[in-house]
Design a binder for this molecule. Sequence first.
Ligand code: ZN
Length: 940
Amino acid sequence: MVDFQKIEAKWQKKWEDKRIFESNPSKQDKYFVAIPYPYTSGPFHIGHGRTYATADIFTRYHIMKGENVLWPMGFHVTGTPVLAISQKIKNDDWKTMQMFKDYISLHTKDPKEINKILSSFSEPKNVMSYFAETFRQDFKAMGCAIDWRRSFTTTDPEYNKFIEWQFHKLKDSGFITKGKYPVLYCKNCKNAVGEDDIKGGDEIKAKVEEFTVIKFPFGKKYIVAATFRPETIFGATNLWINPRAKYVELNVNNEIWIMSKLASEKFKFQNKGLEVTGEILGKELIGKKAKNPINEKQLPIIEASFVDPNNATGVVYSVPAHAPYDYVALKNSGAKIDMISIIKLEGYGDFPAKEIVDSMGIEKQTETEKLKKATEEIYKSEFYSGVLKENCGKYAGKKISQIKDLLIKDFRKKNLIGSFYEVVALEKPVKCRCGGDVIAAILDDQWFIDYGNTKWKEKARECLKNMEIVPEAYKKQFEDTIEWLHERPCARRRGLGTPLPFNPEWIIESLSDSTIYMAFYTVIHHIRANRIKPEQLTPEFWDYVFLEKGSIKKTEKETGISKDVLKIMHDEFEYWYPLDLRHTGIAHITNHLTFFIFNHVAVFPKKQWPVRITLNELLIREGRKMSKSIGNVIPLVDIPKQYGADLFRLYIAFTADLSTVVDWKESDVLAAKSKLFQFYGIVEEALKSKVSEEKQINVWLRSRFARNIKAATEALDKYNPRQYILHAFYNTINDISYFRRRGGELGSIKDLVLKWIKLLAPIIPHSCEELWSLSGSKNFISAEKWPEPDKKSISLDIENYEELLMNLVADIQSIIKLIGKKPEKITVFTPSEWKYVLVSKAKELKSAGRLQDAMKKIMEIEKVKANGSQASKIITRLMQDPGKIPEFDVKADKEFSLYEESKEYLKKEFNAKIEIIQEKNSKEAKAKQAMPNKPAILVE
Ligand SMILES: [Zn+2]
């Protein structure tokens, strides 16, 4: 039994000892790979492993192609998560301590040691260095070809200097702004938060949306209701209030606004100094009336338990003619209220909401999926094609899409409305990683990166246009993200990271300090080797090294760094840049990856803009999402021990295309494992075999192998690991197995087998290294040259004839299955020669698109004509089913001798007497059925 665990550890150590993945500039062509540096707050699972294994396949392939490849790796620490962990551990938070105990025990078994590490976590830097170290081990145990000399964390002082420079650059270009702006905000951290800080942040897509608040006069006060469709105010029939909720009176600019208590608590984060002047229970408002501010119409206040006091203002105004939710609520309430139609919509009558609800058969407010669909449909149609009716004053006759902005402006001027910001997300409630509620707040003096800048967007679009995105279908998502991105808060009041250089009380947040750091990898090892101090890393230093701005002499004088060192660093940056490949998960398109494009075009000249992004989907397990709460997470650290890195890589990269979710299934993993053993066994045996002679079947195998190398190479050039593995691994294993059944000997294909291990080195590097060394080679296979297909050995003709034999075997097998008994004798009849003439002509007519002439044209041939009715029957059949016409020209004598020479093989396969007879020499009725490429078979 092969001990893969031992083999893997052995080669990982050898690679490290010989430093074969450390890359320096050279005369070779370069290839620069970077995947996002991981966040150091918890362990990797196999989903991360998918991304890393995929990146490693690409990396190793390019090394073997003879390029000088660099893949470095750093660690991300910026923000509050690591701080929060330390704080909780300091406070003896039981749940957090248990969770991190579990994490630590993945790598450490001694309980004393676990406790020691855990208590060290009260210092944030220990959390960071612990996870950085375990990540490094995990990467190594996966076999990743990483240059570790260039590693860093985002709190290193050298890195801080680099980020300061980046922010000076952005500010100089006018891309950094400051002001009041609504942001996602954690009430507990008292800080703006981004995707990285939010639980499930990349999936739930939380964002702040502005609602229009309509002020309904209620005596001298106002009841306020929030909406995205202020134009519908003309059709309002009543207000909905939750009788069980608490409401408050709030002093807003000397007006009294009534909203839910929960809403008021959020609203205070959007407006400074608001004061609560009174409290009312929802039920006290029921039955009273408020006024429509636009037409003074009295609107009854009706009780509605569906009103969520924690959503927007906790008050809803009802427009049953045009809002499906309101229509259903009104119907269910039994209140006698007439609907007011205000929008004319093609294809609908006066009450589109009623029509769609009736046609979808919606009965209750609890049918939220259907109601959501109905609402979206009506909202969209009315917005783009609906025309306002006469009862809408000066807006009558206009399309909503044309007047909406004007209407809001008018209402605002008349002081009829206000704004309420609310968090909108695919899943609510939205929680910070610290556990606190995330709400919408307006911060004074908030700093932003202005991704809304039109000139900047233009440049980003240009960069994207010239980039390769794989799978290509995702390019559109990048285009869309560039369109909708706008100001984004780029700094927080607390957290780890780099202080804003022009306002150091603010810390640059984690999605803003992780955009162009690939440049930093190119020089950090020189900074350390030359003991350059952080204070020497001035903006002028980076300007020279990355942009060749300013004179080298002046930079030397200003920084105290010698000219030679400056030049080495500048040259190294110029050598590696631009980045050739960024590989990561699809979820990062809407943030990380698009910011990466924006910031590169902001800081660097066009020749340094990124070249390519490749992406992969997620991983689930046995049909379910992996999650801590279900308890089905497989930590990456378990892979080498339980499965082996090579098996993991093989399985994960072959199971699904990059754009498809991998569903980790134990049974499939085991199937891949047996194939891996099969591969290993074949190669081992081949290497031990005595050299033997080539046979006819070797010609076939060599042709197949050459074509498999070609296809595998093309697949990797297109960043398609699955197709690569299909050809390089699975097809070739099957071909060699078949070759052996056909009497081929492993001793005759030793050269082919050596090429084969090279072909597989990017996907199963450890096994390939071991087998390579068994072959007597002293070099690493990881550094060997990528195998070229031997084009001269490709013969489609030989492959086609071999396929005839495979088809014959398959046909015999199905006949045996049908009759259900062991055969004693199998007779194969090959057809008379005139049938070959017939079929050949049919093929010619088919490819000329003139099959309709077949009967006439073929029957003109003497040899065919002589067989009268039998011939015309065959022609009719072929015309009806042209798929039966063989793709290649089968020759009568070749087909016969193929079967004749394979008699021994057939005898062995079926353990029966085999006879091959030509149709003309047989009296069997069956023989007449023989056709070229489809011999007649008699099983007795
Ligand atoms: Zn928080």
